[in-house]
Design a protein around this ligand. Structure first.
Ligand SMILES: Nc1ncnc2c1ncn2[C@@H]1O[C@H](COP(=O)(O)OP(=O)(O)OP(=O)(O)O)[C@@H](O)[C@H]1O
Ligand SMILES: [Mg+2]
Length: 137
């Protein structure tokens, strides 16, 4: 199954996205705890997309694609705002956190903890894509 949506860069859409992914996760056979993890991970990517990537400009949009089979869900988030390379970020290690604000927040760190795969690419057209995947253990 696959669903595709376009959303404006407005944090008001986050609740709807949480609902959509919970429904998809449920039909893929994930339990409530796994669905909570997927929601948290997707919320983090979408929040970054809206706030950092598109600067909360409500006239700009990003695309969300949710695809699933039994026991597996893959989510793509496409956006063409501010250029960004997650490889440039500092690790959110204890030292960095104690030193105060650093280039790397905790969001991307948790993303990798919550999902089985989380990768990022920038296309030649400048479109940035996050791809996050979770599978049933
Ligand atoms: N889609 C994006 N486009 C541009 N910059 C981004 C994007 N996603 C993340 N970033 C940059 O990467 C940094 C780290 O992101 P991360 O989510 O880890 O932390 P954060 O959003 O600053 O804080 P939080 O811990 O609240 O999530 C951000 O501060 C931002 O500069
Ligand atoms: Mg963040």
């Amino acid at each position: 199954m696959q669903q595709s949506y376009n959303f404006p860069a407005d944090t008001a859409v986050l609740a709807k996205i949480g609902e959509l992914v919970a429904n998809a996760g449920r039909s893929a056979g994930f339990d409530d705890i796994e669905i909570g993890d997927i929601q948290l991970a997707l919320d983090e990517v979408c929040t970054n997309t809206i706030i950092h990537g598109l600067k909360s400009d409500h006239s700009k949009k990003f695309q969300l694609v949710i695809q699933w089979n039994q026991g597996e869900i893959e989510i793509l988030i496409h956006e063409s705002g501010e250029p960004f390379d997650p490889m440039d970020l500092d690790d959110p290690n204890l030292e960095n956190l104690l030193e105060g604000p650093s280039a790397g927040g905790l969001g991307l760190y948790f993303l990798r903890e919550l999902m089985d795969e989380a990768d990022f690419r920038i296309g030649r057209d400048g479109v940035k894509t996050w791809r996050i995947v979770k599978r049933k253990a």
